[in-house]
Design a binder for this molecule. Structure first.
Ligand code: ATP
Ligand code: MG
Length: 213
């Protein structure tokens, strides 16, 4: 019918999703999201803070509401960045496959790119429903200069050719920041200025995050 566009013949939009604990979100996360958006022509990047992360054994993860708020503050100045409560709202442990099912359930026909540090790809075989995950999304695996492909090759060799082709490696300059490092710095009174957005720094101070009770 004239003028009717179906998911089949519409040009699929490319959407990035950036999952993480974001405890707290830092410039490393924001930088890889922005580099991926630019390199792969993503329409937007949706930040999805995890609810109860299954792959993190660390005790005392900051509550989801606080992590959501910090993430919202951090992305505010980038019109291409968005945030979703999809994982924090889902009860029980967070599995990526459930998130992807939900995103696809919205029936948009979008091409979804899951942005992650290349190191996380190493764990991919332990993910719930990995075959389905690969059908529902492609991966952008961020590497830094000097990254060794030796270990990851072992993982890649256990994937099918189609699955391997759905992992796009992308090298960025790399910012050596981790949330673990930031939490430790706060604990010992070291500065976190220039490692996290100013608003996030203020938030951490205001709510006395990462300090002993
Ligand atoms: P933690 O130290 O608590 O593990 P993190 O800094 O690794 O925190 P996460 O929320 O676990 O942050 O990471 C979310 C995603 O961002 C993961 O895919 C991780 O590999 C990636 N990532 C985190 N920091 C960086 C960084 N500095 N450069 C590139 N990728 C990063
Ligand atoms: Mg991590």
């Amino acid at each position: 019918m004239c003028g009717m566009v179906t998911a089949d013949n519409a040009i699929a939009r490319k959407i990035g999703i950036m999952g993480g604990t974001f405890d707290p979100i830092h410039f490393g996360h924001l930088y890889i999201a922005e580099c991926s958006r630019h390199r792969f022509g993503l329409e937007k990047v949706i930040f999805i803070p995890t609810g109860d992360p299954v792959h993190k054994s660390r005790k005392g993860i900051t509550g989801p509401a606080r992590r959501m708020e910090m993430t919202a503050l951090a992305i505010r100045s980038n019109p291409y960045f968005d945030i979703s409560k999809i994982e924090v709202d889902r009860p029980g442990p967070t599995y990526t496959v459930d998130t992807l099912n939900e995103l696809h359930g919205e029936g948009t026909g979008d091409r979804i790119f899951f942005i992650t540090g290349a190191d996380a790809i190493m764990e991919i075989l332990t993910w719930k429903d990995v075959d389905r995950v690969f059908r529902l999304c492609e991966f952008i695996a961020i590497t830094r200069p000097g990254y060794s492909f030796k270990e990851i090759d072992q993982v890649l060799s256990r994937l099918t050719k189609t699955q391997r082709e759905r992992i796009h490696f992308h090298q960025t300059g790399g910012i050596l920041i981790s949330s673990t490092d930031i939490r430790q710095r706060v604990l010992c009174g070291a500065p976190i200025k220039y490692l996290v957005p100013e608003k996030v720094e203020e938030y951490i101070k205001e709510y006395r995050l990462y300090l002993p009770e």
